[in-house]
Write a protein that binds this ligand. Structure first.
Ligand code: ATP
Length: 322
């Protein structure tokens, strides 16, 4: 898949403003971004639902808009919101889709794969949100696609179903399926993706492997201010002075081990207790928060807060791994 300087406008509003990337066969590529960044718009152009306003998009070497049927035959799509007939059962829904699909796999096998075999006789209208996402996934993988688009596939799933979906997606990828994923769960991208691109306001703000995107971000050490001490009394660690967030001192350091050794030596020499010390690696969450901060009033976020973009729009979201 190749995307060169893709632009897509809705009337006057340019939602995607010059995006370029390529995805190799068998790769799992995650498109991440803030709300309204242009991920779904980009995906819909790649899926052939809309032509680009300008720029070039090729999927299997074909233009997905003009060569829609040829591309779609080899593609599975899990949209953000699938349209189902609520009165049909789960099995009837899959059977119905099988009748439209060439090379469709058996219904029972697909339902087992997404963990819905026990719900085969349940009407779709009675499924939970997470179960409906699993049914969406079943339909997307029905034809053993070479290329699979997953738009926020695990939204609404409980942690166990989410992990089961990750195993399924990882298995498809291991079997050679190319996967394009959008997600608000940064842990999902960290777990699954070979490469990520982070979109912000219509452009790609950062891209590469997770390790490349995180390179140079260092580690975070936080601790409550020890009793009787203010921030100025704390030492620099590897040349980094602490900042303050919610009554905690926060250090961003290149490597945590020598910084911690220096901090413990300082504390021991002064008889200071370091209760509540926390250490974590840089994460995609930090990259997001930095992006959000670029557009936000200066005091809205401090490094000690740990809200993922998912937290901001979903009360059930889990944060990135620490
Ligand atoms: N059909 C449309 N008409 C007008 N504007 C639209 C349309 N679809 C999307 N937009 C706007 O384009 C921008 C990008 O939307 P898009 O859905 O691509 O973002 P997204 O990154 O998928 O967001 P989210 O994470 O919130 O789903 C948003 O500002 C949105 O309001």
């Amino acid at each position: 898949m190749e995307v060169v300087d893709l632009r897509r406008s809705y009337g006057e509003y340019e939602a995607v403003r010059g995006v370029s990337f390529s995805i190799a066969r068998g790769e799992l590529f995650a498109l991440l971004g803030t709300n309204g960044a242009g991920k779904t718009t980009t995906l819909e152009v790649l899926e052939g639902y809309h032509p680009p306003t300008s720029g070039r998009v090729r999927v299997f070497g074909l233009d997905p808009f003009t060569a829609g049927p040829q591309v779609r035959r080899r593609t599975g799509v899990m949209l953000q919101e699938g349209g189902f007939f609520k009165e049909l059962t789960v099995k009837e829904t899959v059977d119905c889709w099988r009748s439209f699909t060439s090379r469709a796999r058996p219904t029972a096998a697909v339902l087992a794969e997404v963990g819905l075999e026990a719900r085969a006789g349940t009407r779709v209208g009675q499924l939970s949100g997470g179960e409906r996402r699993r049914l969406d996934l079943a339909l997307a993988v029905l034809n053993e696609p070479e290329l699979l688009f997953l738009d926020e596939p695990t939204t609404g799933m409980d942690p166990e179903a989410r992990r089961a979906t990750w195993r399924l997606v990882a298995g498809l990828r291991a079997a050679g399926t190319t996967v394009v994923l959008t997600t608000h769960y940064l842990e999902e991208a960290q777990q699954l993706a070979d490469r990520v691109a982070i979109m912000d306001r219509g452009v790609i703000a950062a891209a590469g492997t997770v390790a490349e995107v995180l390179a140079g971000r260092g580690d975070l050490i936080t601790l409550p201010l020890p009793p009787g001490l203010d921030l100025a009394a704390l030492p620099e660690l590897l040349g980094a002075a602490p900042s303050s967030a919610d009554g905690r001192a926060v250090y961003r350091v290149p490597r945590s081990a020598p910084a911690l050794a220096a901090l413990h030596a300082w504390a021991a020499s002064r008889g200071v207790e370091l209760d509540g010390l926390e250490v974590r690696s840089g994460s995609l969450e930090d990259v997001f928060l930095d992006l959000a901060d670029r557009h936000a009033p200066a005091d809205r976020h401090s490094p000690g807060e740990h809200h993922t973009p998912a937290d901001r729009h979903s009360p059930t979201a889990t944060g990135a791994s620490r």
